[in-house]
Write a protein that binds this ligand. Structure first.
Ligand SMILES: NC(=O)c1ccc[n+]([C@@H]2O[C@H](COP(=O)([O-])OP(=O)(O)OC[C@H]3O[C@@H](n4cnc5c(N)ncnc54)[C@H](OP(=O)(O)O)[C@@H]3O)[C@@H](O)[C@H]2O)c1
Length: 287
């Protein structure tokens, strides 16, 4: 199948390009190749390529959205609309990535958000991502919305993707103890999306590894995989409260997710986040 991936230079876009290129013809478009906010450019590109599937991995990130709200709406909402229109025009499928940040994070401990929970984003990023979901669903009937959360993998300078490098180099890190979510290894995300596509059941999915963690739990687990002693861990990982960190955008406090649609179509829950970290770190250090 012919697949166009937009936002192909980012964390998810790069992994999807690698993964789907194994069995499909993939046209991977980075930001410089296609600005999704440019409606005419999107239309022309999609008409020229005539893909069976478009995957939207392009996004303006959480803090940038708060700093540049109008750009956030242009990229995250109008960009998604442009892709949905183009997909609909040629009767292609559209797979659109979304986020746990559509929820406000005020859930009770040990529970999980499902698609039956009411989204109520608390920052501009979440608001744009929710607006995009709604636009995509109304414009493109053959669309999949994939909400994922705290994605980690090679090539991103985020806490989750790099904590193990700092720990391995004996650099001290600060890790937040009082924000919790599902985390997602980008390779597991690509594999599950592949399975979802095969079912052609157009819906909203929560695609995350099983379990719940805080940033602190995640760092502890990475340290354990690296066989760092408890004494060193105490020295290397400083637990902090979110109130001590100056984020530009507010983060929802508690957003673990579970996928009832995957359950319905017979897909087993994804593996536990701790197993994914082992794979991720081992892959990096080639043990
Ligand atoms: N990473 C996570 O933890 C996470 C969690 C939940 C959901 N998601 C969702 O997963 C998807 C992919 O996220 P990601 O982590 O891979 O993001 P990322 O690493 O920040 O990559 C996003 C890519 O989009 C590109 N881009 C920005 N504006 C664009 C535009 N106008 N036209 C075309 N491309 C544009 C960026 O290029 P430049 O950098 O050159 O501008 C970048 O390469 C997003 O929908 C995001 O909401 C991610």
């Amino acid at each position: 199948m012919q697949i166009v991936i937009v936002g192909a230079g980012g964390l998810v876009g790069k992994e999807f390009t690698r993964h789907f290129s194994i069995e499909h013809q993939v046209v991977a478009l980075k930001h410089d190749d296609l600005n999704i906010a440019d409606r005419e450019a999107v239309r022309q590109t999609i008409i020229n390529q005539r893909p069976a599937l478009i995957i939207n991995c392009a996004v303006l990130g959480v803090d940038d959205c708060e700093l540049e709200p109008s750009r956030a709406w242009n990229v995250n909402v109008m960009g998604a609309e442009n892709l949905a229109e183009a997909a609909s025009d040629i009767d292609a499928e559209l797979l659109h990535l979304s986020t746990n940040y559509v929820f406000d994070g005020n859930l009770e401990a040990d529970s999980f958000y499902t698609i039956e929970d009411f989204p109520a984003p608390i920052n501009i990023y979440g608001q744009t991502k929710l607006a995009a979901e709604r636009a995509v669903k109304s414009i493109c009937k053959r669309s999949f919305i994939i909400r994922t959360s705290w994605v980690f993998g090679v090539g991103k300078k985020s806490f989750l993707s790099t904590a193990h490098h700092s720990l391995n180099a004996a650099s001290r890190i600060r890790a937040i103890t009082d924000i919790w979510a599902s985390s997602t290894y980008v390779r597991d995300l690509a594999e599950r999306v592949d399975e979802i596509l095969l079912h052609q059941h157009y819906s909203t999915y929560h695609v995350v590894n099983s379990g719940i963690c805080s940033y602190y739990d995640f760092a502890l687990e990475a340290a354990r995989v690296l066989k760092i002693s408890d004494k060193e861990i105490t020295h290397l990982i400083e637990p902090v409260k979110v109130s001590e960190i100056q984020f530009v955008a507010q983060r929802p406090r508690y957003t673990p997710m579970r996928c009832i649609v995957s359950d319905r179509i017979g897909l087993a829950p994804m593996r536990d986040w701790r197993l994914s970290i082992v794979d991720y770190i081992r892959g990096q250090f080639s043990w």
